[in-house]
Design a binder for this molecule. Structure first.
Ligand code: ATP
Ligand code: MG
Length: 417
């Protein structure tokens, strides 16, 4: 019997694992710079949480949820989280922060699960990095979210395009929704099966329909329905983005179906990852905390697809490398080599100790394979003289160096990168 991984699930190792870690590390640093603190929340939640927040007519809840009944707890239905926001909002309310200390800034990182059709950049388990900001309704907060992603983009050396739209608020959004509903009814016979199902309950989904593209393009646009306050908010966000040199384009088809999504919504597109080019999405959700049973606190945030950003990075950047392979020839040399390797690591070098039992030739092949810049070789002769042979594997030169000068010699030579 051969046990294999499930379709849409990935094993990640080597350069791929390093590039995922690089995206997450960069994102954490970026968030900390913006004084956003980490929140860790469970991977399993009650199914209702996602039904209430992601919405029963969303693709996520309709088609993509991993849900099952728990045998304990009176047959509670559980679900693997398909996104981070619902759990963060639940935790925020559960800690009482919506009432005691509503202004909070959180980031999360970790796996999400959606049962969708696997393809390049689209997996059933994938990793997201997200930020949620509570208690701030101002335009600067919306702009800052996009500035955060732009900083991350720059740190990673990627090109990304920002698309932005405004959905209005509780005053003007209902008028827009009604206009789309009437438009949908008028074109009912031309709509796809899914849009037929969703039209009355969630008409805005028509705008991001991947099948009725022409109809969606000709549909009413939210920007034409904004009230004065929403129009001013949107203009302020755009002005701040321009000041921060974040290039952005208005995309009137960017929508979110549910009423608690308000005002600013945005998507971030990579030019480098092919068909699955959306690398992040976010926006304002002023009604969500209240919809999940909390106080009326505004919120906004984004989620980045870590896997897609990692795919956009050049794989060569994450090729394996080591600063040194320390090669011990014999048992006595191994004891000395262990100490020397520890000193090198303490100096910040990346070092692998290659123990004896293989010939020098095999050990040097291994040093080459791990991308080591130097081999440090210690045999009985070197042991007696308190030296080591320092071999530059790139230049194919070598010389004998006193053991107490090794760290300095390695640091002076620079690493492999
Ligand atoms: P898409 O239109 O690609 O299905 P989405 O609207 O479902 O994306 P969001 O729920 O907004 O995506 O999630 C934010 C980001 O998470 C996306 O922009 C994408 O980068 C990433 N993402 C979403 N689903 C997947 C997946 N199945 N595999 C890998 N990354 C994903
Ligand atoms: Mg999706």
């Amino acid at each position: 019997m051969q046990l294999t991984r499930l379709r849409g699930f990935q094993d990640t190792l080597g350069a791929q694992a390093r590039s995922l870690a690089a995206v997450e590390d960069c994102a954490r640093k970026m968030a900390e710079r913006h004084n956003v603190g980490e929140i860790r929340i469970p991977v399993l939640e009650r199914l209702e949480l996602f039904q209430h927040s992601s919405g029963e007519t969303s693709d996520i809840v309709e088609k993509q949820m991993y849900a099952f009944a728990d045998r304990d707890e009176a047959e509670t239905t559980l679900a693997l989280r398909p996104e981070g926001t619902p759990g963060v909002v639940r935790a925020y309310i559960e800690a009482g922060l919506d009432r005691s200390d509503p202004e909070q800034r959180f980031y999360y990182a970790g796996p999400m699960f959606r049962r969708e059709r696997p393809q390049k950049g689209r997996f059933r388990q994938f990793s997201q990095f997200g930020v949620e900001i509570f208690g701030r309704a101002d335009a600067a907060t919306d702009a800052e979210l996009m500035v955060m992603i732009d900083e991350l983009r720059r740190d990673l050396g990627l090109e990304l395009n920002f698309e932005i739209n405004s959905l209005g608020d509780s005053e003007c959004r209902p008028r827009f929704r009604q206009a789309v509903l009437e438009y949908g009814r008028a074109h009912f016979s031309e709509l796809c099966e899914d849009c037929h199902q969703r039209l009355e309950r969630n008409p805005l989904r028509l705008l991001d329909c991947k099948i009725d593209v022409k109809l969606a393009e000709a549909a009413p646009k939210s920007l034409d329905y904004l009230c004065d306050a929403c129009r001013a908010h949107f203009a302020a966000v755009r002005e701040l983005l321009t000041d921060a040199a974040v290039p952005h384009a208005v995309n009137p088809r960017l929508v979110r179906g549910l009423d608690y999504y308000t005002r600013t919504t945005f998507e971030v597109i990579s030019t480098a990852v092919g068909a699955q080019s959306a690398v992040a999405a976010g926006g304002r959700y002023d009604g969500l905390v209240e919809a999940l049973g909390g106080a009326a606190v505004p919120g906004s945030g984004f989620a980045i697809g870590v896997d897609r950003l990692a795919l956009a990075l050049e794989a060569a950047r994450f090729a394996s490398y080591a600063d040194a392979a320390v090669i011990a020839l014999g048992g006595a040399a191994t004891r000395r080599a262990m100490k020397l390797a520890a000193e090198m690591r303490a100096a910040g070098l990346r070092v692998e100790l290659l123990s004896p039992g293989r010939g020098l030739k095999a050990l040097l092949r291994r040093a080459d394979k791990i991308g080591a810049r130097y081999a440090v070789i210690i045999g009985d002769n070197e042991l007696g003289r308190a030296t080591a042979v320092l071999r530059d594997l790139k230049a194919s030169t070598q010389n004998e160096v006193a053991q107490h000068d090794l760290v300095a010699a390695l640091c002076a030579g620079g690493g492999a990168r």
